[in-house]
Write a protein that binds this ligand. Structure first.
Ligand code: BEZ
Length: 217
């Protein structure tokens, strides 16, 4: 069955480049990103894992733990780590699951047989501190993902989680956000001291509550 938004991310035990983990325990109270790549020692995958290693401090700042996966065995992940470091200049700094029995890949629907019967496609699962799935992405094997976009989505998800706002198309951190339509004007007066601009009764823009200088314009 396909995993959907709001489902509990299935728990599992797996061997990783940083030792045995029990997924839910490993996540603890953090947000999580579980992502698959098709194969070690392939070009797009090398650029992706390098990009994630470079962005790791940004994820950590936002209380997000990152874990990769492919169906390669651990000893290949370990050898490939040198190439990841050579390409991006940052050493591999997050665990990769050695899923050579496809246990986690099958559990999370990461193999799409009509695309490739053996190897995982490029999936991303963003998981909240409540262990629920907040975002899923599936990319074909030939397209590298934009991990800055995944960081942007995390910013948006966390704003919704703590401030009852949503984010408009192409939103970037610091720009105006949308007061959830479920919040009445009365309640919004208490909650959004910086006020808002009403574009439509259902579309009220307010400064990004986490940005000191943002303006609702
Ligand atoms: C790549 O990483 O370049 C790649 C891996 C599997 C299939 C296609 C491309």
């Amino acid at each position: 069955m396909t995993l959907q938004l709001g489902d509990i991310a299935p728990n599992f035990e797996a061997r990783t480049t940083e030792g045995l983990i029990r997924f839910h325990e490993w996540l603890g109270d953090s947000w999580g990103i579980l992502f698959s790549h098709p194969r070690d020692f392939t070009p797009v995958c090398t650029t992706e894992l390098s990009a994630v290693a470079t962005l790791k401090p940004e994820f950590a700042k936002r209380n997000v733990k990152v874990i990769g996966l492919s169906v390669d065995p651990l000893h290949r992940h370990r050898r490939w780590a040198d190439d990841i470091r050579d390409f991006g200049g940052t050493a591999l700094n997050f665990p990769i699951i050695g899923d050579d029995h496809q246990t986690v890949a099958q559990l999370y629907g990461m193999i799409h047989p009509a695309h490739d019967e053996l190897y995982t496609v490029r999936t991303v699962f963003v998981i909240g501190p409540d262990k629920k799935i907040k975002l899923t992405l599936t990319y074909p094997q030939t397209t590298g993902r934009n991990f800055d976009e995944i960081l942007r989505v995390i910013e948006s998800l966390q704003l919704t989680h703590t401030h009852s706002v949503s984010t408009p198309a192409n939103w970037q951190k610091g720009e105006a956000v949308i007061i959830l339509p479920s919040i009445s004007d009365e309640a919004a007066k208490d909650k959004f001291k910086a006020g808002w601009v009403e574009i439509k009764p259902y579309l009220r823009l307010t400064p990004d509550p986490t940005a000191q200088t943002a303006r609702a314009s």
